[in-house]
Design a protein around this ligand. Structure first.
Ligand SMILES: [Zn+2]
Length: 218
């Protein structure tokens, strides 16, 4: 392994022979760190640059949204509305993804439990049953859309707090940027897993839990 030195200006690891930092251009022959200033734009005390390092894709869209939240304006996340648990998985909020899949299954079970008797004795039609199930699912989507950006913001802040980013001086730090990138970003495999796992889970519930409840109530 080659000997390494750390750039005093941006924290990047460089091979010992390097005369210049490949990350920030710091001149090692000079010896005096020339700190590289970055944009001091902040949201709730966090540098926009740090937020962007964590968010990665569409970071410009999200910094606008977070700024709106800071100004107590309402934001709406259409991706969270359309893709619900899969969007949370994509943004690597796995606990929320699992929670939403469970909630939607529980809503389905709840609807079936409440409506199975009126459905079988003909008080409501099967179309009405389908419509009510759809409406309940829609409510969950609407809620996800409203909460998506806020939940994401609290996730971002938690990650930035772990790195003590709040109020830090506006200087370029390549290692911090790297760590935030690893902690955040997006995951396509997580989307695939959330789709497949969600589908299997819903089928299992439909196959075993719903009939059991139906038998119990009828
Ligand atoms: Zn450097």
């Amino acid at each position: 392994m080659l000997a390494e030195k750390t750039c005093p200006s941006c924290n990047a690891d460089m091979e010992n022979e390097c005369r210049f930092c490949s990350s920030c251009g710091y001149d090692f022959t000079q010896g005096t760190p020339n700190v590289i200033a970055i944009d001091d734009h902040r949201i709730e005390g966090y540098l926009t640059a740090d937020i962007a390092s964590f968010v990665d894709k569409k970071s410009d869209v999200y910094t606008d949204k977070l700024e709106a939240i800071e100004q107590k304006r309402i934001t709406y996340n259409w991706c969270a509305f359309l893709f619900t648990a899969n969007w949370f998985a994509y943004r690597r909020m796995y606990g929320w993804a699992v929670g939403i899949i469970l909630t939607s299954v529980l809503i389905g079970i709840g609807i079936a439990a409440v409506l199975i008797t009126p459905l079988t004795n003909g008080t409501i039609s099967s179309e009405m049953f389908a419509l009510l199930s759809f409406a309940a699912g829609l409510v969950l989507r609407v809620v996800c859309g409203f909460l998506g950006d806020r939940i994401y913001w609290s996730r971002i802040k938690k990650a930035l707090d772990l790195e003590n980013c709040k109020g830090r001086p506006p200087v370029y730090d390549s290692k911090l940027k790297q760590r935030l990138g690893l902690a955040g970003g997006t995951s396509v495999p997580a989307v695939v897993i959330s789709v497949v796992a969600g589908e299997i889970f819903i089928q299992l519930v439909t196959a075993f839990v719903t009939p059991a409840i139906t038998n119990m109530l009828l």
